[in-house]
Design a protein around this ligand. Structure first.
Ligand SMILES: Nc1ncnc2c1ncn2[C@@H]1O[C@H](COP(=O)(O)OP(=O)(O)OP(=O)(O)O)[C@@H](O)[C@H]1O
Ligand SMILES: [Mg+2]
Length: 335
């Protein structure tokens, strides 16, 4: 086994790296903190950079180089990835590894060039691209064949990819720019409008991860601290999962609407297969309790959440990186 092969998924929220022969060797927030005096000086990356979000003074800026699954800042993305590669390379590699990179489905040739630029800037010259829903399928352990398509809804931090996948590749897919951060924004607006309290994006994300739920009558509660809009003073409110249900449903209803539209575009045979197997959810947002039941109620169709939905695309990258034939068949050939 060639251990000098890795799979990388640079998500809008998290970057994951899988090393062939090992497992996931890095999973950290896709963030990089720079000094504003000299933007080439990195202060922190990943987990440490996330601790600075909303807490920096004028001398530090925290950048999220990937937005909606696409690179929004090539230089920052390269600085971040280089730092991650150096972190895992210390004892593991003698030279830069070969890379399988996960890219959003339906990526354009120009967007692909941005990913190429970043890899080359990090000293990676041997790389292939695979569309993310294919990797998610593999990572979920779904047995891909020409005859059995799967329907993936991957709800990440900054994007949701919805695609029907078979061994032939993506049958039909879309990358939307709504994801977990959209839910954070809905939580922030709800607290501002209902309680007159302003909270930061990190607090909103914590609220989402701790109490957001689609389970009926879920009274799980937490105290949220922020700033009163009227007085400017620190202010706390106690909220329950039930309070947040209506606002967060607007996000899921939108996702289901797009899912319905994509399902209606499928060829008849594929549609019949998908109706039987149901939809497979992945991405960090699919950890919200009650999603399967809510989807079934709204769409009259089965929802499956299996394994660890958040790391499926990274694990799938690791699987394909170790299977040359599969990689040859499913890689993007736009280079
Ligand atoms: N337990 C949880 N409940 C709700 N949301 C969660 C939970 N855990 C993680 N998330 C959310 O999942 C999102 C991150 O998911 P993921 O790591 O799949 O995104 P990503 O791959 O980096 O982004 P993208 O695919 O959009 O580029 C974040 O918005 C995060 O807050
Ligand atoms: Mg993702």
């Amino acid at each position: 086994m060639n251990n000098n092969v890795i799979a990388i998924d640079i998500g809008s929220t998290n970057t994951g790296i899988y090393q062939a022969g090992h497992n996931i060797v890095l999973f950290e927030p896709s963030l990089v903190a720079f000094s504003t005096d000299n933007t080439s000086i990195i202060k922190e990356v990943g987990t440490e950079a996330k601790k600075l979000v909303g807490r920096t003074t004028g001398s530090t800026v925290v950048v999220a180089p990937v937005c909606g699954s696409q690179i929004s800042d090539k230089k920052s993305c390269s600085a971040m990835l280089e730092s991650f590669l150096n972190k895992i390379s210390l004892k593991r590699f003698s030279s830069r590894p070969s890379v399988v990179l996960s890219v959003p489905c339906g990526i354009t040739a120009d967007e692909l060039k941005d990913f190429e630029w970043v890899l080359r800037d990090c000293g990676v010259n041997d790389y292939v691209f695979v569309e993310s829903p294919i990797l998610t399928c593999l990572g979920l352990g779904l047995p891909l064949s020409e005859a059995s398509p799967y329907f993936i809804v991957d709800m990440g931090g900054g994007s949701t990819q919805i695609a029907a996948v078979s061994l032939d590749g993506i049958i039909c897919g879309i990358n939307t720019n709504i994801g977990g951060m959209s839910i954070d924004a809905l939580i922030m607006s709800y607290l501002r409008d209902r309680y007159g309290v302003k909270i930061g994006s990190l607090t909103a994300e914590t609220v989402k991860q701790k109490i957001c739920s689609l389970v009926p009558n879920d009274m799980t509660a937490m105290v949220v601290s922020g700033q009163s809009i009227s007085t400017g003073r620190p202010y706390s409110v106690r909220i329950t999962a039930e309070d947040l249900k209506e606002p967060i449903k607007t996000f899921f209803d939108k996702i289901f609407q797009i899912t319905g539209m994509m399902l209606s575009k499928l060829p008849a045979e594929v549609s019949a297969d998908v109706r039987k197997s149901g939809v497979y959810f992945s991405g960090g947002v699919s950890k919200i309790p009650g999603l399967e039941e809510y989807f079934r109620e709204r769409m009259n169709m089965r929802a499956n959440i299996i394994g660890d939905p958040q790391t499926a695309s990274i694990i799938g990258g690791g699987i394909i990186a170790q299977d040359k034939d599969l990689l040859k068949k499913l890689r993007i050939n736009k280079r």
